[in-house]
Ligand binder design. Structure first.
Ligand code: ADP
Ligand code: ZN
Length: 221
């Protein structure tokens, strides 16, 4: 990693903006630990932990999980060894956190504010189409789309051969709720982080988005 590359990055954008896809690219380029709160919550649900049981009722209806639950989850996760830089500093690539101003304040209060915030800007009708056709691998989380990116064999992941599912929150009513929650609670973070914000047009082919993001974080050669 270049000495100047940011070591705490936050991905911001509506559900379906492509944060997960961009996260893979940044992770492979900078080697930062990828902290996806959606993935963390879904595995907590699968394992039936107390956090998972509590979170599921919110997630299924497309509502945000309460801030105190999310802050505790992230606080614990950033103390893991893979979030330690060589100088003992905390490093990460956050995907899905912070999603509210109090969550952003919780990071700042702990001295963990991001050096760079990548904002993926995608029109609302595009994210609705992406989410309603999305199918997700139960094994590795790879996203597919029934029209734009179908798997080679219907219902089966190309990468790990696990089953593809239609996430319970990728249906019309919860999608609308998630977009409302995004507009009300998360969109204000764009202004909050304006000094460290890089806005990327997320309504382009994935490889174009990936290149723009790498350029924005100074990792492109
Ligand atoms: P998407 O970005 O496509 O909505 P995620 O996988 O990031 O999906 O998150 C799924 C759900 O998990 C959200 O709708 C919300 O209920 C919950 N969630 C994830 N991150 C947070 C967060 N930081 N604060 C509150 N709820 C969260
Ligand atoms: Zn898979």
């Amino acid at each position: 990693m270049s000495a100047l590359a940011p070591s705490r990055i936050v991905l911001l954008g509506a559900p379906g903006a492509g944060k997960g896809t961009v996260a893979k690219v940044i992770k492979s380029e900078l080697g930062l630990a990828h902290l996806s709160t959606g993935d963390m919550l879904r595995s907590a649900v699968k394992e039936g932990t107390p956090v998972g049981t509590q979170a599921k009722t919110f997630m299924d209806r497309g509502a945000l999980v309460p801030d105190d639950v999310m802050v505790a989850l992230i606080e614990e996760r950033v103390s893991d060894a893979d979030c330690k830089g060589t100088k003992g500093d905390v490093q990460f690539l956050l995907d899905g956190f912070p999603r509210t101003l109090p969550q952003a304040d919780a990071l700042a209060d702990r001295g963990l504010g991001p050096h760079k915030v990548i904002y993926l800007n995608v029109p609302k009708e595009v994210v609705v189409a992406r989410l309603s056709g999305r199918r997700t691998c139960l094994g590795c989380g790879t996203p597919y789309h029934i029209e734009h990116r179908p798997p080679q064999k219907a219902g089966v992941c190309d990468v790990c051969a696990s089953e593809l599912v239609h996430r319970s929150d990728d249906h019309e009513t919860p999608i609308r709720k998630r977009l409302d929650a995004y507009q009300q609670m998360t969109a204000p973070l764009v202004g909050h982080y304006q000094d460290v914000l890089e806005t990327i047009d997320g309504n382009q082919p994935p490889e174009v988005v990936a290149n723009s993001v790498l350029y924005a974080i100074g990792a492109s050669s």
